[in-house]
Design a protein. Structure first.
Length: 210
């Protein structure tokens, strides 16, 4: 079984959730892959560029995708055109991302971003403010708000999530019978419910105790 984990926006393969799941899968002899989605060039990050990294990592071979926040949206987007993806496990997936991202900033801020070409964003992996090109915004306009993948999926979402409202996943799951939604008493990071998510993930993937 091959599992590829997609970290969130302005994060890295060293994120707490990514490393937690890597340790859990290692107990089953599985080396979970965690590509660096910005390839060390956060300034020029785009949705298209991240999809290209996933393509190179997965190589159109059978795999299970896990994704957190924007990584969850990317996993869903990639799965829509790749039947080789067997299942998806999504944590607070950023569905409706292209629309909600544009609504996140006041028009004046978006105009400033466009005019200056880059905007400072806090990067959790680097623990610093880093510039992000306006191409990130322009590129996102080419992608759908709700990727309609057909594979079985398990979604975790915190009921206290203030970054991606849980209603986003609730609406998505209600209109997609291939999706199972698990609401948890947590926020966006879900770091305080890791063990609960692992147990559900094991059941979803039909893992037996090592």
């Amino acid at each position: 079984m091959r599992i590829v984990y997609l970290h969130g926006f302005a994060s890295s393969p060293m994120s707490g959730k990514a490393q937690y799941f890597r340790r859990q899968f290692a107990r089953f002899g599985i080396d979970m892959e965690i590509p660096q989605l910005d390839q060390g060039d956060f300034r020029n990050l785009t949705i298209s560029g991240q999809l290209a990294v996933i393509e190179r990592t997965v190589g159109n071979q059978p795999a299970i995708l896990m994704g957190s926040s924007l990584g969850g949206y990317l996993a869903a987007l990639y799965a829509t055109s790749h039947a080789s993806i067997g299942k998806l496990i999504l944590m607070a997936p950023a569905f409706e991302f292209p629309r909600r991202w544009r609504e996140r900033y006041p028009p004046a801020e978006m105009e400033r971003w466009k005019r200056e070409g880059a905007y400072p964003i806090f990067h959790y992996g680097a623990n610093a403010m880093l510039p992000l090109s306006y191409r990130f915004v322009e590129d996102s306009l080419h992608y759908e708000n709700e990727p309609a993948f057909a594979q079985p999926a398990l979604i975790f979402h915190g009921t206290r999530d203030e970054v991606v409202p849980p209603a986003v996943s609730e609406r998505f799951a209600a209109s997609h019978p291939n999706v199972k939604l698990r609401l948890l008493d947590s926020g966006h990071e879900l770091m305080d419910v890791l063990d609960e998510m692992w147990q559900d993930t094991r059941e979803f993937l039909e893992f037996q105790s090592p």
